[in-house]
Design a protein around this ligand. Structure first.
Ligand code: AMP
Length: 283
């Protein structure tokens, strides 16, 4: 496994692989890797000749300076995990390498980026589009892998790839969870013991909501009952829980209003000061 600290080296290795007719899989990450990330890497490994992983805590997507400052960084452990997973190249640049010049680009991401995370975290998705568009342009992967934990992010990236006319297969991968249901996240290490113990209730209440769906509750009613149920758990505080069309991410009034992907319920919940996200699909 080769570590690439510069854009020049990344571009050189990617073009070399492409010239040899190899398919390229790219897995963008911010490090502090866990089995969720490795599931993306494993899939990329299966489907491509060469696998690139990027580790870069992208400052332009953080709307909260404290979150950026305290974001966990475990580079040595990350590299060991990636080596074991059979990765070929790890792009690990310094901030100045990626933003040699300040990036003031504003993407026209449209309605998918305006709701939920887009509404709560101003500038977040534009920052995601900035970094992922750069990684795409430098690596020109055949396929790029993203986790459904960040459900809305995938829709935003598809939109960005569309605008930029990238011919890249965007592959979405299922959420990997702890045995008790908590979605794996780099931020979980910030949970203290008490918070870690209550956090799985988020998933449990989302699963309960499947039953409410079967009982015929309308989306708005189901959303408010589920948010109330989460808030009833001491230590959990819902920022939002919205039911949206799984393709357009726009809120729905009736289940019948959904497109081919059905509906998704997206939750953001504060747990002991840590902002956790999770989601569930209603077919
Ligand atoms: P991050 O390092 O948090 O930016 O995540 C990098 C990629 O890993 C994103 O595409 C995430 O959606 C994905 N990811 C994070 N956590 C999980 C998880 N629990 N299961 C599956 N994919 C995940």
């Amino acid at each position: 496994m080769k570590i690439l600290p510069t854009v020049e080296l990344l571009v050189a290795e990617a073009r070399k692989a492409a010239a040899e007719g190899k398919s390229i899989g790219l897995v963008p990450t911010m490090g502090a890797l866990h089995s969720g990330h490795i599931s993306l890497v494993d899939r990329a490994r299966k489907e491509n000749d060469v696998v690139f992983v990027s580790i870069f805590v992208n400052p332009t997507q953080f709307n909260n300076p404290d979150d950026l400052r305290t974001y966990p960084r475990t580079e040595e452990q990350d590299c060991n995990m990636l080596e074991r997973a059979g990765v070929d190249f790890v792009f690990m640049p310094a901030v100045d390498e990626v933003y040699a010049e300040p990036d003031n680009r504003q993407f026209d991401l449209g309605p998918v980026a305006e709701v939920m995370e887009g509404a709560m975290r101003p500038g977040h998705f534009n920052g995601v589009a900035q970094i992922v568009s750069k990684l795409f342009a430098w690596t020109l992967p055949t396929r790029a892998y993203f986790g459904e934990k960040d459900f809305q992010q995938i829709a935003v990236i598809r939109r960005m790839a569309d605008i930029e006319k990238f011919n890249i297969d965007i592959v979405s991968c299922p959420i990997i969870r702890e045995a008790d249901g908590l979605a794996l996240s780099s931020r979980n290490v910030r949970l203290d013991e008490a918070s870690r113990a209550v956090a799985p209730n988020i998933r449990a209440r989302l699963l309960d909501s499947l039953r409410l769906r079967e009982e015929g509750l309308a989306p708005r009613e189901l959303a408010s009952r589920t948010a109330d149920a989460i808030n009833d758990t001491l230590g959990l505080e819902v920022e939002y829980f919205e039911i949206a069309d799984a393709l357009t991410l726009q809120p729905i009034e009736n289940w019948e209003d959904c497109g081919p992907l059905g509906a998704v319920g997206c939750a953001t919940v504060y747990c002991g000061g840590v902002r956790l996200i999770d989601n569930i699909i209603y077919n």
